[in-house]
Write a protein that binds this ligand. Structure first.
Ligand code: URA
Length: 234
């Protein structure tokens, strides 16, 4: 019984592997049962479904949230989106105007750049990663998140990460990186070092909105993404 956490971790890793096979056009069930037998295949499916169910439960718990003062000014809660079995998860700051309008994370200009980083840089389909923010509601005029808002949203981001258990977390900009690393150090000092969030590797990098203003920083972000690829390949 003491090996249960290791077994669960192993099943999750297999579920992700079979999800990759499915992206390549191979049927995951057939691939699983060919090598492991139908029992293992069912366990893999169950582990994958588990993460999705856990994430759904977190969303239900969020409900029509009014736990902080941002509730009054938002149009939509931006829970975050992507693959519940993602090996890679991004944590940004907070929804902007476009995200608030659509209820989806990173769909504005910064989001387009993030998509390019993921799809052109990392060569991973965006649908295979998970993207969330420190805050689920848009702060007025896109001001910085305030401590009481971060505290109100914190348990939900923790639960999302617990549900997904990615192999690598990328902290986007000051707020994403500081939240994950529980530090007040500036992003300029955090990036370039791999950190840890509950045993998950954390790669801090510049926020895509900063890159829109400072394109010369893209080379540092590319360095960080090469670190991400190395960690994913381990
Ligand atoms: N900036 C963020 O930090 N998150 C978004 O979802 C969009 C822009």
């Amino acid at each position: 019984m003491s090996d249960l956490p290791a077994l669960v971790a192993d099943l999750r890793e297999r579920a992700r592997y079979y999800a990759t096979l499915s992206d390549l056009g191979l049927p995951p069930r057939a691939a699983a049962s060919a090598s492991e037998g139908p029992v293992a295949s069912a366990a893999v499916d169950a582990a994958a479904a588990d993460a999705a169910a856990a994430l759904k439960a977190v969303r239900e718990d969020v409900g029509d949230c009014e736990r902080c003062k941002l509730a009054g000014g938002r149009r939509n809660i931006v829970f975050g989106q992507g693959n519940a079995n993602a090996r890679l998860m991004f944590v940004g700051e907070a929804p902007g105007a476009e995200e608030d309008a659509q209820g989806l994370a990173f769909v504005g200009r910064a989001g387009q750049l993030l998509t390019d980083i993921i799809e052109k840089g990392l060569k991973i389909p965006r649908k295979d990663v998970f993207i969330a923010n420190v805050l689920m509601c848009r702060p007025p005029d896109n001001r910085n998140p305030e401590p009481d808002e971060i505290t109100a949203c914190q348990p939900f981001l923790e639960q999302k990460i617990d549900a997904i258990r990615p192999k690598v977390l990328v902290g986007l900009g000051k707020f994403g990186a500081q939240w994950l690393l529980k530090t007040a150090e500036p992003i300029s000092r955090l990036r370039g070092r791999v950190g840890d969030y509950k045993g998950i590797k954390v790669v801090p990098t510049y926020h895509p909105a900063f890159l829109l203003r400072t394109p010369s920083a893209k080379k540092e972000v590319w360095e960080d993404m090469k670190v991400v690829l190395g960690l994913l390949a381990e």
